[in-house]
Design a protein around this ligand. Sequence first.
Ligand SMILES: Cc1ncc(COP(=O)(O)O)c(C=O)c1O
Length: 454
Amino acid sequence: MQTSEIARMVSTAKEYYWPTFARDASFFDLPTSIITSAEGLFVVDIHGNRYLDTIFGSGAMYLGYNHPEVMEAMLGQMKRVASQCTFFVPTPPAILLAEKIASLTPGSLKYTIFGSNGTDANETAIKIARQYWKIKGQGTKYKVIGRKRNYHGMGLGTLSASGHMFRRAPFEPLMPGFILINSPICYRCPYDLTYPECGVLCAQELRRAIEFEHPSTVACYIGEQTIGGGGVVPPPPEYMKIIRDICDEYDVLLIADEVITGFGKTGFWFECQKYGIVPDIITMGKGIGAGYGPLSGTHVKSEIAELFKGKDAFQHGYTFGGLGYLAAAGLAAIEYVERHNLLARATELGTKIRQELEAIKEGSAVVGDVRVNGVMAAVELVKDKATKAEFPDRAAVARLVADVGLKNGVLLNCLTWYGDIILLFLPLNTSDEELGMVFHALAQAVAEVERRFL
Ligand SMILES: Cc1ncc(COP(=O)(O)O)c(C=O)c1O
């Protein structure tokens, strides 16, 4: 683009485009705020600069951008039927994707109802849980237990189930019947305990909450397993098993939000498989259509879904839930992962990421914690490793991290919601060379933070 065109685009964006997630027009002063093309792991900004992305829509594009096989499948279906109102009729790719997903998930998980984003997948799940208990003649079970620092979406229901307090406050009061319990965040344990001596008290808190509310009132538990956007925080290995057992004991449906963690990121198709548990409902978004457009799914056990019939049929659906071209993209991506054994690659990448990040932590006075689960990782920066004190000006630290990243050709995202946490959500087909670029940029950024802020 010519300089004058760039200037016009930026000023038009500032005047008309309302940026999401609480950013203002100054966002468009960042050189990388407008992307013009992308391929593989790289994006090109409006100035023509090429950068390696490290976040991919929080793991949505799990094979990177514009993957040739995914594009071919998607464009092929688009040419056949560009769009159709999925209120009424599906296209073959959506049916085949539902079948494929059922073959990848454990236990009796079988049916998928499609939507168009992670928020509505979770709204759908909560509605299924509430109606399920009505169908079973236990309509007093309506409460939803979520977790602090988890995120399930922007709708009023999903926001009520989410524990990102800064996102809730402007819209309060939120919906009644939603309760939040602590999440397993060992680095900053809410009880100031240490794992494993803690006995995974945070999981036992679910029992206390159900008993306090009374089991006859609780419909479901909803949670991420590894917290994603809240700072990539994997649970202790036994945590989900304890949650599953408590849900079984009290007749509470377990909804696992796998909007980020689904589709191979943990080295398993779904994270629940890593812990050997079967949720009652898995919600999917982001990667379900390879991250190439708005598609989501609420995936439900057969013994639950099959109760929704006759007078109890599910009064629910979206105009564009399950668009065929996105389902075709999703199917092509799954086939690619299978053909190239990329679940194993995700595990291998996870091992390499852990080694590199541990080494960076070892040599740094500002890396307090590193967390890794497959291709998802976090580097938590602190002012004082002994006390875990955060930097007083989180935004300044985050800006510096991003600047150093850009100088090294890498988009580094340092989120400031819960401290300064650099997040990585890398595609399953990341090469060793690309991984090397990420670590080089990260090491430089961490060193610069130490130099400037300590
Ligand atoms: C775990 C989780 N659930 C749900 C959502 C909401 O998805 P969407 O933005 O597609 O509505 C997100 C979005 O980042 C998420 O990370």
